[in-house]
Ligand binder design. Structure first.
Ligand code: PLP
Length: 400
């Protein structure tokens, strides 16, 4: 069988075998956690034990854990739910302060509120490394503190791995009694995440990014967070998220979160060493490759341990992606296609990178199954892929 190097853990990381076992056990057992009979109470017990495990892993109280279908739903509930409720409490509160490099789950929820409901947005900028400045957040608030409904800034970026000063920004927001949400989807399992210590009011996490199953996640919400629900029905999860609880998925998520937290210090060290080998090796190939964002050997605080982001001049990232895939290397460009047309990443543009430079982007992300062999295979395959992608780009330009 052909060797495949999976270097796309930020898209989804393989489900941990312990989580697979836990999911299968709960699937086989069954039961609706809202039923009052024995089977229902057994499922409820599993859900509540999982809630406690997740609370330990995320540094929050069990009653602050709201189960959802994943990162996208949690982000939507945090952004729309807070905006609706805060505006209902005081109609002046229509303004959102949002990180310029957020995931589309945040950006598109915001866009909906702007287009359909009259919200306005001010962007929290980033510097060349992708990091925001808490003092800019203060300046934005100071323009009109009474008008701000919510501040949202991601814990770590999904494309370039930059870690944001979330606790500092939460402290600024709280000086003005404004709630703060953070999308910690890429952070959990890669850096220590402590909800209470961070001071945020709302935090998004998604199981499939830390070794749990796809389609399940949490919104950690302080008990005093004021949110209007997105869904209405059975009133589960503090009336915030109606719907039968996904007990197998929740069990698998809790098992994965516990393992990811326990293994975090060793995992960070292993991943940073692999990341540094990958970045150093790519820069040494003599292909004029540049690394995006802050990179210091061994550092796991400014950039996620498992994230490498490279820009290859003279190439289209998509061509590189397909050529590498044919060579058994699975990675990403980091940016999304819109209507089939590759768009330069809004993250790279916000960092001041030109459209042309942003086109040759490659995101390589490592996780719990990554090995030296994956990095070696990538470095081995890269020169030929770059050569072909550059020739394809020159040929298409000459033919224009
Ligand atoms: N937020 C970030 C930062 C992400 O990276 C992702 C997924 O890539 C999401 C939100 C969406 O999470 P989910 O896939 O669980 O809907």
């Amino acid at each position: 069988m052909k060797f495949t190097a999976y270097l796309d853990h930020a898209a989804t990381t393989p489900t941990r075998p312990e989580a697979v076992t836990a999911i299968a056990e709960q699937l086989a057992t069954g039961g609706n956690a809202s039923s009052l009979h024995t089977a229902g109470r057994a499922a409820r017990k599993v859900v509540e034990e999982s809630r406690e495990d997740l609370a330990k892993a995320l540094g929050c109280g069990p009653s602050e854990v709201v189960f959802t279908s994943g990162g996208t739903e949690s982000d939507n509930l945090a952004i729309k739910g807070t905006w609706w409720q805060r505006r209902a409490d005081d109609p002046r509160r229509t303004r959102l302060l949002i990180g310029a490099t957020e995931h589309h789950a945040v950006l598109d929820a915001v866009e909906h509120l702007v287009n359909a409901e009259g919200a306005t947005v001010d962007w929290i900028e980033v510097d060349a490394t992708g990091r925001s400045n808490p003092e800019q957040v203060r300046d934005l608030i100071e323009r009109d503190p009474e008008s701000v409904a919510l501040v949202s800034l991601m814990w770590a970026n999904n494309e370039v791995g930059t870690v944001q000063p979330v606790a500092e920004v939460a402290a600024v927001a709280h000086e003005y009694a404004i709630p703060m949400h953070t999308d910690a989807v890429q952070a959990v399992g890669q850096v220590p995440v402590d909800f209470t210590a961070s001071g945020v009011d709302l935090l998004t996490a998604s199981a499939h990014k830390f070794g749990g199953p796809q389609g399940v996640g949490v919104l950690v919400a302080r008990r005093d967070a004021t949110l209007t629900p997105l869904t209405h029905g059975g009133g589960q999860e503090r009336q915030l998220r109606s719907g039968t609880l996904n007990a197998p998925g929740i069990r698998g998520m809790a098992v994965a979160a516990t393992l990811a937290t326990q293994e975090l210090p060793q995992e960070q060290e292993k991943l940073a060493a692999l990341r540094d080998k990958l970045i150093g090796g790519a820069l040494d190939l003599g292909l004029d490759i540049e690394v995006t964002g802050a990179h210091e050997i061994g550092d796991v605080t400014a950039r996620l341990a498992g994230n490498a982001h490279l820009r290859v001049p003279g190439c289209d990232g998509d061509s590189l992606l397909y050529l590498l895939d044919a060579a058994g290397i699975e990675c990403s460009t980091g940016s999304a296609c819109q209507a089939g047309v590759p768009q330069p990443s809004h993250v790279l543009l916000a960092m001041g990178i030109t459209e042309d430079d942003a086109r040759g982007a490659l995101r390589l992300t490592l996780g719990h199954t990554s090995t030296d062999a994956d990095v070696a295979a990538f470095l081995h395959a890269l020169p030929a892929a770059v050569d072909r992608a550059r020739r394809a780009r020159s040929a298409s330009r000459a033919g224009r």
